[in-house]
Design a protein around this ligand. Structure first.
Ligand code: NAP
Length: 315
């Protein structure tokens, strides 16, 4: 099969088109012919780090999101059959990824593709939307009447977090660039805070009458989490999926709870995403589409930042 591989870790120029063995599904696994994948920051974080912390077999096929059709099933697979159109987020650590014509995955984390989505739209969802789901639904248990601060509402994860918080009935405050204000509001944000022209914590406190948000979701990193402590109410919740700089001691004085998220692929979560996407409660937000052969350009684009949603790769 054709795949975009790297033989060593480094810049986007390390990608090359190669012929790789077509994988074979073992018991409990399915073989997919892929139609689309997407690019996530974790892909370039693995690509550029020679420590190979994700333990990808080298030559490595990167990529986690996937949408395609089932080509073959292994023993004990009961909920899928050849021809089914599916989407999923591949398991990380020690495995080959989805920048390829074919991919094998554990059937339990592969779900039917929502019928209302194209393959490209479906491939834009799994990793980012399930990460947002962990924080907005599982950690925060967001409910009507809550006020949730989502950082980077036009980002891959942030765009889904805004939609999930909105669908949960919350008032949604989101940081983002001024030029993305209309876009982030169209996803469900009540207020968009231009993080480049104001101190977001002051603005959140102003918008909540000094009370603070009930919860804040950090998808940015650096000092974003620590600065969010003072605009989340006492006994409120914070979650981060990125590295945190600075001291979180202030949380103790305010009796706040902090969740560190590392998205785990589960059957329950991909099935929840199937339902949410099928009902239109979570919609794709696609910045751009690249052919698989141009994966290096897609990596350059996501690393440069300033995107509106996800970069999708057509296989
Ligand atoms: N722990 C996990 O399981 C997990 C899972 C998924 C992702 N992540 C991590 O989460 C991070 C975000 O992922 P992603 O897919 O959403 O990335 P992304 O699509 O590249 O989005 C990042 C967003 O951050 C915005 N941004 C940059 N600086 C900002 C600031 N100071 N304040 C507010 N927004 C700012 C950027 O917007 P502008 O440039 O337009 O301003 C961009 O939209 C990445 O580091 C990723 O590796 C972790």
């Amino acid at each position: 099969m054709k795949a975009m591989i790297i033989r060593e870790f480094g810049g986007p120029e390390k990608f090359e088109l190669a012929e790789m063995p077509k994988p074979v599904p073992g018991p409990g696994q399915v073989l997919m012919k892929l139609k689309a994948t997407s690019v996530n920051p974790v892909d370039y974080k693995i690509r550029m780090n020679p420590s190979n912390w994700a333990k990808v077999p080298v030559p490595a096929i990167l990529g986690y999101d996937a949408a395609g059709a089932v080509e073959a099933i292994g023993d004990r697979v009961t909920h899928l059959k050849p021809g089914d159109e599916v989407f999923y987020c591949a398991r990380i650590f020690g495995r080959q990824g989805t920048y390829a014509e074919y991919h094998v995955e554990d059937a339990e984390i592969v779900a039917k593709k929502p019928a209302n989505l194209t393959f490209e739209e479906a491939a834009s969802l799994p990793l980012a939307a399930m990460t947002a789901y962990d924080s907005i639904v599982t950690f925060f248990q967001t409910k009507p009447g809550d006020t949730v601060l989502v950082h980077a509402g036009a980002g891959g994860v942030g765009a889904f977090a805004v939609q999930l918080a909105r669908a949960s009935g919350a008032r949604v405050l989101s940081t983002g660039r001024k030029e993305n204000e209309a876009l982030i509001k169209s996803l469900g944000a009540d207020e968009v805070i231009d993080y480049r022209s104001v101190k977001f914590e002051d603005e959140v406190n102003r918008l909540t009458g000094g009370r603070g948000a009930d919860a804040a979701f950090d998808t940015v990193g650096g000092d974003t989490l620590v600065r969010s402590i003072n605009c989340v109410r006492p006994f409120g919740k914070l979650a981060t999926i990125v590295s945190v700089a600075g001291s979180i001691n202030g949380m103790q004085i305010r009796n706040q709870t902090l969740y560190f998220g590392f998205m785990e692929r589960t059957e329950t979560k991909i099935q929840a995403l199937f339902i949410l996407a099928s009902r239109g409660l979570v919609k794709p937000l696609i910045d751009s589409v690249f052919p698989l052969e141009k994966i290096a350009d897609a990596h350059r684009k996501i690393e440069a930042g300033g995107m509106k949603g996800k970069i999708v790769i057509r296989v």
